[in-house]
Ligand binder design. Sequence first.
Ligand SMILES: [Zn+2]
Length: 56
Amino acid sequence: MKLWVTPQGDRWICDECQVNFEKEIKTEGWRVAFEEKSNAMLRCFACKHGDVELFD
Ligand SMILES: [Zn+2]
């Protein structure tokens, strides 16, 4: 999961969804502000899933 700085604000996006934003990343000049390896509290902006799936 990476925190991307986008024209619409900062967004957490997981590695799987990142490929869907390759165009925006290039054309809008997104950059990575922060990278989090496995923080269960974070949710991806696109798929709403976390890096770590929790089963309650
Ligand atoms: Zn995602």
